[in-house]
Design a protein around this ligand. Structure first.
Ligand code: ZN
Length: 196
């Protein structure tokens, strides 16, 4: 078995190692009703996608350390000056200046509520969450945007107080490392790998 592609940055360049495109053995498709005549082949193949986070990398790194970062516009000339953005936006959408990175973990712990939600019984390909998925939209005090995430424990309802949990063990370095549970949930009822 060949090695999956891995990437590292060194001397300000991307260094690639291993296979980024893999082909497996083709398999025949045969017709059972017509003497197993050949109809075609399946072509198993996979590819490793290289996804660069750019200015958002610090957001994903911080999730693995139990911190929820946001950005804030501090441009005095901006009409939206003082606006806090969660999800993390590198640039203010109103004045296009670079936002200041802030840690809003405590704010989220104290003020997060479910704005609305949906429960999804079926998912698309490559879904990594347990079904049914309880998608929630989360509101925070003094934050002008709403965050889309998922509830890890319990059943959602409108206005429910929730607190963030983080995947400390084997983080994926994706948004799935951040999830939410009803306020007051005990640490022992969290799935393995997650903590407050
Ligand atoms: Zn601005």
């Amino acid at each position: 078995m060949s090695q999956y592609g891995q990437v590292q940055v060194k001397d300000n360049r991307y260094k690639f190692r291993g296979d980024f495109h893999r082909l497996e053995q083709h398999m025949p498709i045969r017709n059972a009703d017509e003497g197993w005549k050949l109809v075609g082949v399946t072509k198993p193949r996979d590819m490793t996608y290289v996804h660069t986070y750019g200015g958002e990398a610090i957001f994903f790194e911080s999730l693995s350390q139990g911190k929820l970062l946001a950005t804030k516009c501090e441009n005095p000339a901006c009409e939206a000056n003082g606006s806090i953005f969660q999800p993390f936006r590198i640039y203010c959408p109103d004045c296009l200046s670079k936002g200041t990175v802030i840690d809003m973990t405590d704010l989220a712990k104290k003020s997060a509520t479910v704005h609305t939600f949906m429960v999804c019984e079926r998912s698309g390909a490559f879904n990594m969450l347990d079904k049914p998925i309880r998608f929630i939209n989360i509101e925070f005090e003094n934050v002008c945007t709403i965050l889309f995430s998922y509830l890890l424990v319990g059943e959602p309802h409108m206005g429910m107080r929730v607190v963030p949990v983080f995947k400390y063990h084997n983080p994926t370095y994706t948004i799935l490392d951040l999830s939410w549970v009803p306020a007051g949930t005990k640490a022992e009822s969290l799935p393995e790998g997650f903590g407050f």
